[in-house]
Design a binder for this molecule. Structure first.
Ligand SMILES: [Zn+2]
Length: 386
């Protein structure tokens, strides 16, 4: 009986928090109407959430007579989260509020990707971010850590990451033991998709794709509020679809994967070599060159957009999403990359192609990782930490 009451309470909390997250300010009466809960049950849960600082009461609308309803909103500034994204040679770290809005950020290098080395770098970065946190910024909800690979998210274990050579590393627990705060970890594309669902461009869509084009290429599906992780957390590996049977070797051990042709480092490197440029030429200079009419830069971006677009059309034909949200370093290239992609969708989608919408926010990777530490508030499947 006691467990049933606790479960009901936990479900009602998430029901109400999710509704306010999606709809914005709502009164207690709105909440009772929308959820079908009794006014007493709504008041009970709302009182708790106000006391804990997760909800705040706003100003009543002016004018009219009688008792006016008080709008309730999520107190996004009431707590903090930290997101850490593992890149080659560095960690991108952000301190955010509960909407993953970035308060401060820093990047810390590491010499080699051994778990202990990365652990030292992560601990150092988290401590620096917390020391620099604004006064009265609220308590830390937890830390989210994202990296490319196969992650057992519930267990907090990196099962494998080809890019960093990790096998069965219980990194979430290792980091938690160092910093004394809850830690969640996830594949970077799946974490990016989660952030887009909770607070980003996908928040108003029942089904959407989250395409990420960076050092790898990933494409996660979010359906009915759930990021589809697959049976082993390996969903969304679009970049490992075979593009050419006889192609370059991929980090996954197969030849010809899509990302061996069109990841951001691959296309920038092809441009650099073609132009005889050094390492100082980066994706920003490549974009500038393309905008000035550089044929090689334009051609590489067009080919990448078209080829990724053809693979994306297959995913669209099997999932029928409302939109495609795009993130990753490739967002820098903008329509130089996305227009060719759109043309391929128009050509190869079974019906009308969904819109491709880039997320141009800085720190989207690390902010995506921060969402891992926040999702427990809204996610019905996760254990209640409260
Ligand atoms: Zn591969």
């Amino acid at each position: 009986m006691k467990i049933d009451q606790r479960t009901t309470r936990a479900m009602n909390r998430r029901l109400i928090l999710n509704l306010v997250r999606k709809e914005g300010a709502l009164s207690r009466a709105d909440l009772a109407n929308a959820t079908g809960l009794s006014p007493a049950a709504v008041t009970f849960v709302v009182t708790d959430l106000l006391a804990e600082g997760y909800l705040i009461e706003g100003e009543t609308a002016p004018g009219g007579g009688g008792r006016r309803p008080v709008p309730l909103s999520i107190n996004y500034r009431g707590r903090l989260a930290i997101g850490v994204k593992m890149n080659i040679g560095s960690l991108d770290c952000v301190l955010t509020d509960l909407s993953t809005s970035v308060i401060s950020s820093l990047s810390v290098p590491f010499d080699n990707p051994a778990p202990e080395t990365v652990l030292d770098a992560a601990e150092n970065a988290i401590q620096r971010l917390l020391r620099a946190a604004p006064e009265h910024a609220g308590q830390l909800t937890g830390v989210g850590f994202s990296m490319p690979g196969t992650i057992d998210m519930p267990a907090g274990v990196c099962v494998s990451s080809n890019r960093f050579g990790w096998r069965d590393v219980p990194f979430a627990k290792m980091l938690r033991d160092r910093i004394g705060a809850p830690v969640w970890m996830e594949d970077d594309t799946l974490a990016f998709a989660l952030a887009q669902h909770l607070f980003g461009l996908g928040s108003q869509h029942a089904i959407f794709l989250a395409l990420a084009v960076g050092v790898g290429i990933g494409c996660a599906t979010v359906a009915n509020g759930v990021v589809l992780r697959g049976a082993h957390g390996r969903a969304g590996k679009l970049g490992h679809n075979t593009h050419r049977l006889e192609g370059p070797m991929c980090e996954c051990g197969r030849a010809g994967c899509l990302q061996t042709f069109h990841s951001v480092p691959v296309i920038v490197d092809a441009w650099r070599r073609g132009k005889g440029l050094g390492a100082e030429a980066d994706r920003y200079s490549m974009k500038e060159a393309a905008l000035q009419g550089d044929d090689l830069a334009c051609g590489l971006l067009q080919q990448a957009g078209e080829d990724i677009g053809v693979h994306l059309a297959s995913v669209i034909n099997s999932t029928d999403p409302e939109i495609v949200v795009v993130g990753g370093e490739a967002v820098t290239f903008g329509d130089l990359l996305f227009d060719p992609m759109r043309r391929m969708l128009d050509r190869y989608c079974y019906t009308r192609a969904p819109a491709i919408i880039p997320d141009e926010r800085e720190h989207f990777w690390a902010a995506g990782a921060a969402a891992l530490a926040i999702q427990g508030l809204f996610n019905f499947e996760m254990a209640d930490s409260g």
